[in-house]
Design a protein. Structure first.
Length: 404
């Protein structure tokens, strides 16, 4: 059993998730953190305990402890820089689970970038005294809950004295329906029309009081449905007919949903392929490629670790990405960058049968990391180092703009 010495003021998300991915039992560490929290006058122990509980699936208690930690202390400094510091980055985050903010720690592990995180909420605005920094990065993700906070941050940093990356007014446009409207006419892109619909309207469709085309212009079954603000495939389903829609609504207590048409993106071999790509200063970088027999692909359940053939294909895709996939869709990536206007953007996508970029989701908070086991995924380290180097270069470029 692995143990960890609590020598750092904050263990941080990256180190804790590495432990979780390596099948380390986090329960003993959780016990240590509970004891430490009794005498810790900072919020470090509570914040780390909150992360441990999230990784162990105890979300509600984790978020309660996180709020308590933020009330004690708004500024945290995860251990990212391992030697001399050349860039000081300040990231603004909000309260929430692992999908509520851009997990910038993963992008900065063992780097020369010192990271400070300041948490802001509607009750706790940005404090007057902030760590000195070269670049400000807004890490708060778009969600209904975060919209008021994004507006407050936008006003607070309107004339910020340092370069700002990922402006909150652009992040606010990343809801599924607004992102669809933003990209719907982009050349080389297919992003199915997505509408936001309340339960009452969907029930009228389910019981044939309204037609599907009354809410979705290109509407025909099958459709994709998910509750508003759900992520990582939670409660996402493909609905094949009205009976299935009735059943889905009976099992979902939510009041609002996103609905779009399902596009069958299977390739000739019968497999689905989903790519996670990030645009950093407008340039695309691949982070992973999931291959599955099922249309709803999550990298962790796609069987990548269990299949040598899938990993070999992913390795080839990463090796050839710049000269093939990125070139093929260069105009689409350029247009997405121009329309979205974010310095750092995540894209989950596939390809349609006619060769277009099929967009499933765009947002600023997708998890990008290099914590997969090196013995199973040796090819990922070189690719992820490209991503991390590009992120660092983006910070350096922004810092230089601030100096000029």
């Amino acid at each position: 059993m692995q143990t960890i010495e609590l020598t750092e003021p904050l263990i941080g998300l990256a180190k804790l998730m590495r432990m979780a991915y390596s099948d380390c039992d986090l329960a003993p560490l959780g016990t240590q953190l509970i004891e430490r929290a009794k005498t810790d006058t900072s919020g470090h122990a509570l914040m780390d305990l909150s992360t441990v509980l999230q990784l162990r699936g105890n979300r509600n208690l984790a978020l309660t402890l996180q709020v308590q930690a933020i009330e004690i202390q708004q500024i945290y400094s995860p251990p990212t820089a391992t030697g001399s510091v050349n860039v000081r980055l300040l990231a603004i985050m909000g309260a929430g689970d692992l999908m509520a903010n851009t997990p910038v720690e993963f992008l900065l592990e063992d780097s020369d970038v010192a990271l400070d995180i300041v948490y802001a909420t509607q009750d706790l605005p940005l404090p007057a005294n902030l760590p000195d920094h070269d670049v400000l990065f807004v890490a708060v993700a778009q969600s209904d809950q975060n919209m008021p906070l994004l507006e407050e941050i936008d006003a607070a940093i309107a004339s910020w004295p340092r370069p700002v990356l990922n402006r909150p007014n652009r992040i606010a446009m990343m809801s599924r329906n607004e992102a669809c409207a933003l990209l719907k006419s982009t050349p080389g892109v297919n992003m199915p029309i997505t509408v936001r619909v309340d339960r009452q309207i969907l029930e009228q469709v389910a019981y044939q009081e309204l037609r599907l085309t009354d809410i979705l212009a290109d509407g025909e079954f099958p459709i994709i449905i998910r509750p508003v603000d759900s992520h990582a495939g939670k409660d996402l389903d493909k609905i094949d007919n009205l009976n299935a829609l009735v059943s889905y609504l009976q099992n979902m207590p939510n009041n609002e949903f996103y609905v779009s048409c399902f596009i069958d993106y299977r390739e000739p071999d019968g497999l689905f392929r989903k790519y996670r790509i990030v645009l950093i200063d407008g340039k695309p970088f691949v982070c992973h490629m999931g291959i599955s027999e099922h249309w709803m692909i999550h990298y962790l359940n796609a069987g990548m670790a269990e299949s040598f053939d899938k990993r070999a294909e992913e390795a080839r895709f990463m090796l050839d990405f710049d000269s093939q996939f990125a070139c093929k869709h260069a105009d689409a990536f350029r247009a997405i960058d121009e329309r979205v206007g974010l310095d750092y953007l995540g894209i989950d996508c596939g390809e349609t049968a006619d060769g277009k970029l099929l967009i499933f989701e765009i947002d600023s908070c997708m998890i990008v990391h290099a914590i997969d086991p090196v013995d199973i995924f040796p090819y990922k380290q070189a690719q992820m180092n490209k991503v991390f180097s590009a992120f660092r270069r983006m910070l350096l470029n922004a810092m230089q703009r601030g100096i000029l």
